[in-house]
Design a protein around this ligand. Structure first.
Ligand code: ADP
Ligand code: TRP
Length: 330
């Protein structure tokens, strides 16, 4: 029996932070690692073609791609013979398939896409890459014959587009070429707050990077905004930024214990921040060393990506040979 296929992509758009980790990465890694001993083949890629819609600097994109790959490996993505980690652009066939798909979707259909509508509503100059984003993503997913695609809620519509496009193609060419993939909507931790309590985001500059230096990490943690309650006062943990970030790292028992400290009083903000800093350092144990080692030896990352890219490309090429013949290019 042939193996089932899991496909997921991550845009390398900057240094990864704990919003990315708890909101997306952790779930992606768990989904890919979980299927490790089952009959799954896992394709996990750095969506650098997609990143081009916003990143307009070659050195930046190269660097961010390395950082994102190193972060995923350091955070535990199991690069065995089952999890294939690669660069989207190492499989140039996806752009070829995107072009073929472009001729099967209409403008009104594309204009219904949430991401496009949101960009337009913000009065942004929407580039054609942003408009065509869902088609490129459908090509990413369908070219490997994905059965399941783990994504956050915000990506659900993109998987619907991939299913639609599989159907448009199969009906147009009267073939059973593309399987309709299912989304695996990952339970996210909700919105991770930043040091100012707003959504953690690079663009808000309120983020805590996963693998910054210990010094920078400490500065960030100590800058978490609080009210002016004195140490001895009782505090409501749910209204507290330090707690709302700290709880993400804790087991249920540890969480209960931390809540009690806030609620009982006698737990000042300085102490609370120092404890959070210690928790993050503990979380980074082992991971930061792997990350630093990979970033100091980028050839290690490049060789993992190259090997992954070759495997992915050979699978994509098999699909494209059939597609080129079906559409009449060959
Ligand atoms: P940023 O807002 O820093 O630019 P991205 O938009 O590149 O981050 O985020 C990539 C993924 O990380 C998103 O798909 C989202 O699921 C997740 N993510 C980012 N920030 C948060 C957050 N504060 N809370 C939860 N998830 C987040
Ligand atoms: N659009 C996804 C995001 O912004 C990234 C992505 C690109 C992706 N191609 C994919 C995710 C294919 C899953 C499958 O998060």
């Amino acid at each position: 029996m042939s193996k089932k296929i899991l496909v997921s992509g991550i845009k390398p758009t900057g240094k990864l932070h704990f919003g990315n980790y708890f909101g997306a990465m952790r779930q992606n890694i768990m989904a890919a690692n979980n299927t490790e001993n089952d009959d799954y083949e896992n394709y996990i890629f750095l969506a650098d073609y997609h990143a081009l819609t916003s990143v307009k600097n070659g050195d930046e994109l190269r660097q961010q791609t390395l950082e994102a790959a190193a972060s995923y490996i350091a955070c535990g993505l199991n690069i065995s013979n089952k999890a294939i980690l690669f660069k989207q652009s190492d499989v140039s066939e996806v752009t070829e398939l995107t072009w073929i798909f472009n001729n099967l979707v209409t403008m009104p259909y594309m204009m219904r896409a949430h991401a496009f509508k949101d960009s337009e509503a913000k009065d942004k100059e929407v580039n054609v890459g942003v408009f065509d984003y869902p088609v490129l993503m459908a090509a990413d997913i369908l070219i490997y014959g994905a059965d399941i695609v783990p994504v956050g809620k915000d990506q659900k519509q993109h998987i619907e587009y991939a299913r639609d496009i599989a159907g448009f193609y199969n009906r147009t060419y009267k073939v059973e070429q593309f399987k309709e993939p299912k989304d695996l909507i990952l339970e996210s931790t909700g919105i991770v707050p930043g040091v100012d309590g707003q959504k953690m985001s690079k663009s808000n500059n309120n983020h805590i990077e996963l693998f910054s230096t210990e010094e920078d990490l400490k500065k960030r943690v100590m800058s978490i905004v609080t009210d002016s309650k004195a140490p001895e006062e009782k505090k409501n943990p749910d209204e507290n930024n330090i707690y709302n970030i700290h709880k993400l790292f804790l087991t249920a028992d540890e969480d209960k214990e931390l809540r009690t400290k806030f609620e009982n009083g006698g737990y000042g903000y300085k102490e609370a921040k120092e404890e959070l800093f210690a928790t993050i350092l503990k979380w980074r144990e082992g991971k930061k060393e792997i990350y630093d080692d990979l970033m100091a030896n980028p050839e290690k990352i490049l060789s993992i990506l190259k090997e992954g890219g070759e495997k992915a490309k050979s699978r994509a090429e098999l699909t494209m040979q059939k597609v080129r013949s079906q559409v009449g290019l060959e």
